[in-house]
Design a protein around this ligand. Structure first.
Ligand SMILES: [Zn+2]
Length: 451
């Protein structure tokens, strides 16, 4: 076991709760006042970065000037806390309190990038909360027995290069380095070129087993991307129940993407009789309706959110439509059955459906989830239909789990995404309580045994 790092004489070894404000009633009622103040300060600072004045949404895309500002902000916050930051071979930033090579550490954090016109919480809430946890531990005079890491994963949303969780996929080797380097954005810029423009050497991009080995446990705090916590068990809206301010993530639903190609015949929109047309857009309409009805029947969610129409003229009948189907659900067979029904519809129209990606159910680490349940006994358990870096790590055998913070609007990936100040502070308190538990010497020893 590692000896605690000497930071300040006032800091005591071990993380047994002392003097601070421990978890109460299962929702970890209070974070120390200093940590709340620091959370509020960081949140206000970050709010200005990458926000579009026209839409009010955030445009924080990987390896852009805005991304660089966000990474600089992260470096600055870590520097003020005396944390060493290392960048791995995927471009993720890891700030360490303690020596990460002494023993695998406990890592918290999330990502700072966004979807086009995204909300303020998806990602940044987890990073800012993690930094506030460091402040909370110090305010209570606690020092972790194992290294504590705060991570900013790069390119989680995949908004620029089209692959979600690119940072965690590259570092774990799930995304092949050559493929990553050759991914292009809408302007035809490859990830390799974007790396070079951002002052990195694209030749060094690739898996980084050493960075992954340093993660003993990973807990990602994230805004909820639906309304489960905002609704009482009877279905009515209840934003006051303190035991529902945070939830413990249990698993990520199986999900996938499919490409649908539908043929038609180009012709004049004014002179071609309706009965003579082969209109690919009509086929698309049938496929979209089939998507909806087959998902409803099987309790899944399925979406056609992107289409490409050829030739794409206002006065031309569509000769070809390519559409992309996203399907998810609690049960993998139900998702598969939904896609089979859509495929049957597309094939009956002369079209084809091709799978582009499939991710089976990702269960978070059961013993880790069990530890979170002990620390937060009243917090509901929640599966999610959204992908996360925690899911990529879990799929690669890293012990990972998540904490979700209530979102009254239920909206995500849009400016209306929301969490109240009070619930954000509850989130910091909950994460502090979890880290306090996981960074205890007892757990650290158990973690060493498991390896
Ligand atoms: Zn996210």
């Amino acid at each position: 076991m590692t000896a605690p790092i000497d930071r300040a004489p006032s800091e005591r070894a071990g993380v047994e709760p002392a003097g601070g404000e421990p978890a109460a009633g299962g929702h970890a009622a209070g974070a120390p006042r200093d940590a709340v103040a620091s959370f509020d300060r960081m949140w206000a600072q970050l709010g200005a970065l990458g926000r579009s004045p026209e839409t009010g949404g955030y445009r924080r895309f990987a390896w852009t000037r805005t991304d660089d500002d966000l990474r600089e902000w992260f470096l600055g916050e870590c520097a003020t806390r005396g944390l060493d930051v290392v960048e791995d071979r995927a471009g993720n930033q890891w700030a360490w309190w303690g020596d990460p090579d002494s023993t695998p550490g406990v890592v918290i954090g999330s990502h700072l990038d966004s979807v086009p016109d995204g909300g303020p919480f998806d990602g940044p809430l987890g990073v800012v909360s993690a930094l506030a946890v460091v402040d909370a531990l110090r305010a209570q005079g606690l020092q972790p027995d194992v290294p504590l890491g705060v991570v900013n994963f790069v390119d989680e949303e995949g908004a620029r290069f089209g692959v979600a969780c690119a940072g965690s996929r590259i570092v774990t080797g799930v995304l092949d380095a050559d493929r990553a380097r050759s991914l292009t954005d809408v302007d035809g810029v490859t990830m390799a070129q974007a790396w070079r423009a951002a002052g990195r050497d694209p030749a060094s991009l690739g898996p980084d087993p050493e960075a992954v080995r340093r993660i003993g446990r990973f807990v990602e705090l994230h805004v909820e991307q639906g309304k489960a916590l905002a609704l009482a068990p009877d279905g009515s809206e209840d934003l006051t129940d303190p035991t529902r301010s945070v939830a413990i993530g249990t698993d990520i639903w199986p999900h996938g993407r499919w490409r649908v190609d539908l043929p038609g015949e180009a012709n004049h929109a004014g002179t071609t009789r309706l009965e003579d047309r082969r209109d690919a857009m009509l086929s698309l309409a049938d496929v979209v309706h089939a998507t909806r009805s087959s998902a409803v029947r099987r309790g899944c969610v399925a979406t056609v959110g992107k289409v490409h129409v050829q030739p794409g003229g206002v006065n031309a009948i569509a000769s070809h439509v390519t559409a992309w189907l996203d399907a998810r659900g609690q049960s993998a067979p139900a998702v598969r059955a939904t896609v089979e029904a859509v495929t049957a519809e597309a094939e009956s129209l002369g079209g084809t459906v091709r799978e582009e990606s499939w991710t089976p159910t990702t269960d978070f680490d059961a013993p880790l989830v069990g530890r979170l349940r002990q620390v937060l006994p009243d917090a509901p358990l929640l599966g999610t239909g959204a992908g996360h870096d925690a899911g990529i790590l879990a799929s690669q055998g890293v012990s990972a789990a998540m904490i979700f913070v209530r979102n009254p609007t239920g909206v995500s990936h849009a400016p209306d995404e929301f969490a109240t100040d009070e619930d954000c502070h509850h989130g910091v308190a909950a994460l502090t309580a979890v880290v306090t538990d996981l960074c205890s010497r007892k757990d650290a020893d158990a973690m060493g045994d498991a390896r």
